[in-house]
Design a protein. Structure first.
Length: 406
């Protein structure tokens, strides 16, 4: 990160001069790709970069980053009034929509700015502050956000959490809980989904929603996921061969070159048949890096592990992408399942997903089952497996094995 700022935008900056640095991204690129297709979305991204280059002045420094973002240092823009003037011009440049094959498509953006004091030793911190401001802008659906000193608390809290996660890995504070997956017809347990819990040193059980995003942003998720995969495979070695385990794989790691090696080694060490392990991936992953995704999924499929599309129906994927996917299972999002007793539209979606899976020869898992009526209806519709609080909550491994395997 330091190199991006100091070499990419800071070379012409006076050593004792301050200026605002910003990171700018196109808004909802995944949604644009879903609506217009990847090729047209790339044209919109090219137009996004063209307008940004028109915005920057000859004295400014700019650089296109690898993650489709744009890094800029506004030379001499060192106070709020000057930044407001600069960003007002930016807003005017993005006001006109882009004409795309006769369709007028708006191009939105999110930007995070931070005042850089001119010291190259602070470049990494400046870029981090820009990213924090950018996340705030995206979260609040605003065109821009300036990093303020009061956001420092959030930054410090995040840094402390990253350190705590690293220490938790070293101390073995993470646990896998297991939620039963039930055969729709026989109502017998055929496997489980492994779910991560953090048993912190102060005796609290922390749910993943409180730390996964931070773990992904700072790279801790990699070691954490490798541990989850190895632990789940080790547990399969102790369970009956008819039972399987499914594990969620973060999108950022599915394309990691090491995942195939981690899985192959663990399956061999614990002598587990690969088809007993199911990797759950989110539907939205199909939007970006589609070609690389297909190569990786085919390699994993060749290894023998099962692939499940999690939360199906909530993402942006197209049927054209879906038809070529080497997936074995569709997992219906719990939002549709929980609402289908009251909503004809949600019921129609559940029926359509099950029909689609049947036509593609895929297994169907319905999660979020909370009533007998829902379980019975899903059975009649043709779901293969059910998961939800109606059957059981996620349990520590000792409780799960005592209840279902003893």
């Amino acid at each position: 990160m330091n190199q991006d700022v100091s070499q990419g935008v800071g070379q012409k900056q006076d050593s004792d001069g301050a200026s605002y640095v910003g990171i700018i991204e196109i808004a909802d690129y995944e949604g644009l790709a879903a609506l217009h297709g990847p090729a047209s979305a790339q044209l919109l991204l090219d137009e996004f970069h063209r307008r940004l280059k028109e915005w920057v002045r000859p004295i400014d420094q700019s650089k296109i980053l690898k993650d489709r973002r744009f890094l800029v240092s506004l030379s001499g823009v060192a106070d709020d009034a000057q930044l407001q003037l600069a960003t007002a011009k930016l807003e005017r440049l993005f006001s006109p929509p882009c004409e795309l094959m006769g369709i007028h498509s708006p191009i939105g953006y999110h930007a995070g700015f931070c005042l850089h004091e001119g010291d190259e030793h602070n470049s990494e911190q400046t870029l981090l502050h820009c990213r924090i401001a950018l996340r705030q802008a995206r979260k609040a659906a605003l065109p821009m956000q300036v990093f303020q000193k009061e956001l420092k608390t959030s930054l410090d809290d995040e840094s402390r959490l990253v350190s705590a996660l690293e220490q938790a890995l070293e101390r073995g504070e993470f646990r896998l809980y297991y939620q039963a997956k039930v055969h729709t017809g026989y109502r017998t347990v055929v496997g489980a989904e492994a779910l991560l819990r953090w048993h912190s040193s102060d005796k609290k059980i922390i749910m993943p929603g409180q730390f996964i995003d931070v773990a992904e942003r700072h790279g801790v998720i990699r070691s954490m996921t490798w541990w989850v995969l190895k632990s789940a495979i080790a547990r399969l070695n102790k369970w009956p061969e008819a039972m399987g385990i499914s594990v969620n794989v973060p999108p950022c790691l599915l394309l990691d070159d090491e995942i195939v090696t981690v899985l192959d080694d663990a399956l061999a060490i614990y002598d587990v048949a690969p088809e007993r392990l199911t990797l759950e991936i989110t539907e939205n992953l199909m939007i970006s890096d589609y070609d690389q995704l297909m190569l990786r999924l085919n390699k994993l499929h060749t290894l023998g592990v099962r692939i499940s599309i999690d939360d199906f129906g909530t993402g942006y994927s197209s049927l054209a992408q879906f038809r070529n996917l080497p997936a074995d299972e569709l997992k219906i999002d719990k939002g549709f399942v929980m609402a289908m007793e009251e909503s004809d539209k949600d019921l129609a979606i559940v029926k359509a997903v099950i029909g689609l899976a049947r036509n593609f020869g895929m297994r169907v898992v319905a999660e979020g089952v909370e009533t007998e009526a829902a379980a019975a209806a899903l059975g009649e519709l043709g779901a293969d497996q059910l998961q939800g609080f109606f059957f059981d909550k996620a349990l520590p491994v000792e409780d799960f094995e005592k209840r279902y395997l003893s």
